[in-house]
Design a protein around this ligand. Structure first.
Ligand SMILES: N[C@@H](CCC(=O)N[C@@H](CS)C(=O)NCC(=O)O)C(=O)O
Length: 205
């Protein structure tokens, strides 16, 4: 198999989701840093040619270009039979959590982080309160999804855990707090042997 390349950046929770999945699955790969704060036109030509919105993550796998973090997670899980895709039930669980994450907690957390980064500039009045209100619902739903299990996929983490980790790793940057379920899960995720900091996942990005 040709070398697997992951284009990403340490400030991108979407890219961290994929980096974590590759690490948990033990899939050898190389990361390529893309400066997400720079003018998109300055990004590597090979990246611009393959990523339609000039966004990370971009995964090059067997000559194919894969975008959208959730879709990449599903590709990795099904191709390698890992992180939930070992069974039909685990894959279904992964799909359900990925859809929930993209619509809910994975929508409000990045926006809350961005609102703090820019001091609220460009956010209409009430937007941050609305995002915080959504997060309160999301963390309650997270607890319901987790139940008594250590991970969202049960005894071991799967693609759903990778997806939620992407931005839940930065709750303080979003100015919000976890509930007991989220806090315990975050501790268990941090303790995974394959876990790395965003800067270690993307040393040149
Ligand atoms: N829905 C996409 C979101 C990707 C995304 O928003 N990427 C951001 C970094 S988190 C990016 O590349 N921003 C750079 C830009 O838009 O110029 C996914 O799930 O992969």
């Amino acid at each position: 198999m040709a070398e697997i390349l992951l284009y990403g950046h340490a400030d991108s929770g979407h890219a961290c989701k994929v980096a974590l999945a590759l690490a948990l699955a033990g899939v050898p790969h190389r990361t390529v840093g893309v400066d997400i704060w720079a003018d998109p036109g300055t990004r590597p030509a090979a990246f611009l040619a393959a990523s339609p919105f000039a966004e990370v993550p971009l995964l090059i796998l067997d000559g194919g270009a894969y975008v959208q973090s959730g879709a990449i997670l599903l590709e990795l899980a099904t191709r390698f039979g890992v992180l939930g895709a070992e069974s039909a039930q685990g894959l279904r669980r992964g799909r359900e959590i990925l859809m929930w994450e993209a619509n809910r907690i994975g929508m409000c957390l990045p926006q809350l982080i961005e609102a703090r980064r820019v001091g609220g500039a460009g956010f209409p009045p009430g937007a941050v309160d609305w995002l915080r209100m959504r997060y309160d619902t999301d963390k309650a739903r997270f607890a319901a999804l987790l139940g008594d299990a250590p991970f969202l996929h049960g005894d071991a983490p799967g693609i759903g855990d990778c997806a939620v980790w992407g931005y839940a790793q930065w709750l303080p940057k979003a100015g919000v707090t976890p509930n007991v379920a989220l806090s315990g899960w975050l501790d268990r995720m941090r303790a995974l042997p394959a876990m790395q900091s965003p800067g270690d996942f993307f040393p040149d990005g």
